[in-house]
Write a protein of this length. Structure first.
Length: 124
């Protein structure tokens, strides 16, 4: 609890100010004020510091997890960037396949025409 010296110091320091204003404050008010102040400093302040420390640790953990997620997202974006190139390759390959089919059908027509001409010239 509050020591008598502290109570005397507070009483002698604040009493003249309060008495000049015409306020008569009982000594019990000073005792209660000192007790509340001591509880605030010795109990509430350490609890507040501990809770702030826990909050800081949690915030740093969240920041670390977000950095890991960012790195993973950048990796996924880098790996999926090639999909557009593959889509372009598939489109070109489809065109090449259509052209190859057209060349194949024309080659068959040419082969049939040449075989027909060879037979008509007697060179079978």
């Amino acid at each position: 609890m509050a020591s008598l010296a502290t109570l005397t110091f507070v009483t002698t320091t604040l009493s003249p100010v309060l008495q000049a204003e015409g306020v008569d404050v009982p000594a019990a008010v000073y005792v209660i004020w000192i007790i509340v102040l001591a509880v605030a400093v010795l109990v509430v302040l350490p609890i507040t510091v501990a809770l702030l420390h826990r909050t800081l640790k949690a915030a740093r953990g969240i920041e670390r997890y977000f950095a890991e997620m960012r790195d993973a997202g950048v990796g996924v974006a880098g790996n999926t960037a090639h999909i557009k190139a593959l889509d372009n390759t598939i489109a070109v390959a489809t065109q090449i396949l259509e052209t190859a089919g057209s060349i194949n059908s024309h080659a068959a027509t040419i082969e049939t025409t040449m075989a027909t001409r060879a037979r008509s010239n007697g060179r079978s």
